[in-house]
Ligand binder design. Sequence first.
Ligand code: MG
Length: 275
Amino acid sequence: MSASLPSPIRFYSSMLTVVGLCTIAVDTSLADEYLSGIKWKEPAVVTPGTAGGPPSDAVVLFDGTDLSAWDRADNWTLEDGVMISGKGNPITKESFGDCQLHIEWSAPTPAKGNGQGRGNSGVFLMDRYEIQVLDSYQNQTYFDGQAGAIYKQTPPQVNAMRPPGEWNTYDIIWTAPRFHDNGELKSPAFITAIHNGVLILNHFELQGDTPYTRPPAYTKHADRLPIRLQDHGNPVRFRNIWVREIRPAHGEQVREPFLRNAKGEERPIEAAADQ
Ligand code: MG
């Protein structure tokens, strides 16, 4: 880290190591620097959104003005900048693979019904993998079916629900499954999810899709598929929905990793290890 500091600061920078009662000062300006040999592409500049709003490189799926990003949303209601669940399961016109999804939702108030019948909806990544939307505020149901569950596969780590009528946020990091040409699974799907700022799923490995009537299973599908919202007969409200494609940082190994000393002299890792 110190190498990126201006040289006067770097000169005085030191790392203190406490060994028993002795304090040893190591001047990092004299230490060899490890370099990976990878020529990294400069990360794109993204302007963050304000208060959960979409960052500059997001695809906005719903900003309160219209439902034009969705098919099958004819019977959902747009009211006061909010989309309200009605008959049918809206599905995005655009398809997504690995992505970061932000979605806000609010359970109906006053609360009606109980268990799976209270404020039920769902967010289906790739049209088949459901993270549950449910009013799980003081509402018991089977744990792998409560809000934040990957339906029938795992409960959320904790229940971070806000009361009905208040807004919940899901921030989801989705890694799509990969398939071989012959249809076999190459790598499973993974999900990390944060509910109202609280981690509820940490790189959870999905066992397959999330049906009610049979065990989860993977069936080969496209690399990119739409996101679907569930109609479960309850008027769940949604707002501020956006998604970002996940693109890994890009770099090219232009030489082997190496070390550079304080004089700027370079040598390979192997030679350094021999000394
Ligand atoms: Mg559901």
